[in-house]
Structures are given as C-alpha cells and as structure tokens.
Design a protein around this ligand. Structure first.
Ligand SMILES: NC(=O)C1=CN([C@@H]2O[C@H](COP(=O)(O)OP(=O)(O)OC[C@H]3O[C@@H](n4cnc5c(N)ncnc54)[C@H](OP(=O)(O)O)[C@@H]3O)[C@@H](O)[C@H]2O)C=CC1
Ligand SMILES: Cc1cn([C@H]2C[C@H](O)[C@@H](COP(=O)(O)OP(=O)(O)O[C@H]3O[C@@H](C)C(=O)[C@@H](O)[C@H]3O)O2)c(=O)[nH]c1=O
Length: 295
C-alpha cells in the first residue's frame, strides 16, 4: 500500500500526515507548492514512480464567505481539481478518497441527512463541493466521497481557534444559535479515511458495494453557539483561558455574512458504521484532548 495525500498542509492534511507516520504506512504528501491538484502531468509521474495504490484528496478551497466573490477559483479547486484526480484514479485503476461537506445540503430538513437525500447547496462553496462530487462520480468508479462537517483540530484555521482567539480579545461574543451541525475532529476524519483505504486495499478494491458516498461527522449535534459554549467551558476548566467571555445566542440575521449557510445540517453516520465499522467522531473528547495537549 502507498497512499498519495494532496492538500497535505491543510487542517486535515496535517492530521493525515501524523496518522500515516504513526501507523507506518508508506505515503507521499503533496502540498499545493509541491503540486497543484490540476497538474495532471506532475501527478501522473508521481503516481507511476511511487506505485501509488490510492489517492486521498484533502485539498480544497474552504473559504466559505470569500467563495461568493471568487467563484472561478473555488470552481477550479473544488470541481476541476477533483475531476482531474478522478480521471487519474480511473487511468491507474486506483481508489480516490475525496472529502466533501454538509454544506451541499440546504439545511431545511428536520431529520439527519442520509447519503441519498437531495443535495441543494445554498452558497458558492457548497455548490462547488457538490459539483466536485458529481465530477468524481462521472469520471471514476473506485471512489469514496466522505462528507464531513464543522471540522476542528490542532492545525490550520477553524472555529475552535477563532473562539479561543476572540475569547482572549473580548468580554462578550455573539454566536449564532439557529445553525445546527455536528462538530468533527480532523484527526478522527484522518483515521476514518485511512481505515477505509486499508479495507479497500485488503479487499483488493474489488468490493464495489463499498465505494460511493459516505457521511462521517461528530456524535452530537449542537448549534455554533452550543459549540462555542462547550469550547469556553473546557478551555476554562483546563486553564487554557483564565476568564471566559459572555457568549450570547444570536440569530443568523444578527450576524450578517456574504454566504448563506445551511440551517440544520446534521448528517447520519449509519452507513459508514454499517459498511466500515466506523463510529462517529467523539468531538467532546477530542476537544478536551486538544486543549490539554496541543494548543
Ligand atoms: N474545514 C471544515 O470545517 C470542513 C472541511 N471540509 C472539507 O474537508 C477537506 C479538508 O478541509 P480542511 O483541511 O479544513 O481545509 P484547509 O483549507 O485547511 O486545507 C486545504 C488545503 O488545500 C490546499 N489547496 C488549495 N488549492 C489547492 C490546489 N489547487 N492544489 C493543491 N492544493 C490546494 C491548500 O493549500 P494552501 O495551504 O497553500 O492554501 C490547503 O493546504 C476539504 O475538502 C473541505 O471541503 C468539509 C466539512 C467541513
Ligand atoms: C466568528 C463568529 C462566527 N459566527 C458564526 C458565523 C457562521 O454562521 C458560524 C461558523 O463560522 P465559520 O465562518 O467559522 O464557519 P464556516 O466557515 O461556515 O464553517 C464551515 O466551513 C466549511 C469549510 C464547511 O465545510 C462546513 O462544514 C463548516 O465547517 O458561526 C458567529 O455567530 N459569531 C462569531 O463570532
């Protein structure tokens, strides 16, 4: 087995790197500086030279608000790039494991979304991620599209780090309480992707029933306000923050932003548990571990 990871310098990419080293799995890490995911010629050479057995694509355009004013760039990274990787997956007959988002849904459903529910994005980022999924489905057969949500961890930019920064700067914060989702630890996503890659490899990748779209998120739904309250409570308990700010629950209208976001984007993880034996990310446990050891 030899795994090729794109987006290696991102929040998830760095967790993948840690896990691949910890599990002693042969791999090649590619940051954007090493190779753009649209650069088929370079990628083709690497796949052949290293005898790559699966690609994990952690590269993406993830600036949700900025995407509204940069749709072409978001399209290039989130649609054209995955399409190029899917063609390489087909040419070399190796699986492509790709990461997508809860933002492909409109968030108007009152029960957890399953993989077959209609995806109707409400913003440019979500639309490009959905178009990326469709491009992969068009060009590859051996693909895993792992939809996750509200990713946080020790690396990169995320809501946890934003809250800790704002908590130091301000006495009072307003955080939206009418958007509900499932926080997911980036390290757990990395482990899930590697578990899937291993199982596909050990099964020679011929078990077609195991390819397709999967949801993988945290085990408890909360609002962004609820997530912020949990972050500050734990940070204070762990001594990371000497004082906690007052966190007011506000509506989406009271926090104007360029991009519209889904209301309730809770995803069901039943399918990934059934097919791959993976339990949902225990986000409160992960939050505690990160605060204790990593920040
Ligand atoms: N963050 C979140 O809350 C969520 C993320 N996801 C999905 O998870 C995946 C990983 O996200 P996350 O790690 O948070 O994202 P990051 O933004 O932290 O990382 C993305 C990485 O992709 C790289 N990249 C951008 N464009 C290109 C390109 N053209 N070629 C090669 N590399 C490129 C970036 O490089 P550079 O560092 O140079 O900019 C960056 O290192 C994405 O598919 C995202 O859509 C899904 C749900 C929630
Ligand atoms: C900083 C801040 C944000 N908010 C709101 C804005 C927004 O509705 C919500 C989350 O803010 P963020 O901009 O950090 O999160 P956002 O970039 O929307 O997060 C999304 O990223 C992409 C990549 C995904 O795929 C999604 O799953 C999701 O994680 O919290 C407040 O209400 N108060 C605040 O002080």
């Amino acid at each position: 087995m030899h795994l090729l990871v794109t987006g290696a310098n991102g929040q998830l990419g760095q967790c993948l790197a840690d896990q691949l080293v910890a599990q002693v799995i042969p791999h090649t890490l590619l940051s954007r500086q090493d190779a753009d995911i649209n650069d088929t010629v370079v990628l083709e050479r690497i796949i052949a030279d290293k005898a790559v057995t699966a690609i994990i694509n952690a590269a993406a355009y993830t600036a949700v608000d900025k995407a509204e004013s940069e749709p072409e760039l978001a399209q290039r990274v989130n649609v054209d790039g995955p399409a190029a990787l899917a063609k390489l997956s087909a040419r070399f007959d190796i699986p492509l494991l790709h990461v997508s988002t809860d933002y492909v849904f409109d968030g108007n459903q009152q029960r957890p979304y399953v993989e077959t529910d209609a995806a109707v994005p409400v913003g440019v980022y979500g639309q490009t991620k959905l178009d990326g999924e469709l491009a992969i489905q068009r060009h590859a057969t051996k693909y895993i599209i792992l939809r996750t949500a509200w990713v946080f961890g020790e690396y990169g930019n995320n809501f946890l780090k934003t809250m800790l920064r704002l908590g130091k700067e301000r006495d009072t914060l307003g955080v939206v309480a009418d958007q509900i989702g499932c926080p997911t630890y980036a390290g757990d996503i990395a482990k899930a992707l590697i578990t899937i890659a291993r199982q596909l490899h050990d099964g020679d990748g011929e078990d077609n029933a195991k390819y397709g779209v999967y949801h993988y998120v945290g085990d408890e739904a909360v609002s962004w306000h609820g997530f912020a309250v949990a972050i500050f409570a734990e940070a204070n308990r762990m001594g990371v923050l000497a004082k906690v700010p007052i966190v007011n629950a506000i509506t989406t209208e009271a926090y104007p932003a360029p991009a519209k976001r889904p209301g309730v984007s809770v995803l069901s993880t039943a399918k990934i548990t059934e097919d791959y034996g993976l339990g949902a990310s225990k986000w409160r446990v992960a939050l505690l571990c990160i605060l204790v050891s990593c920040l």
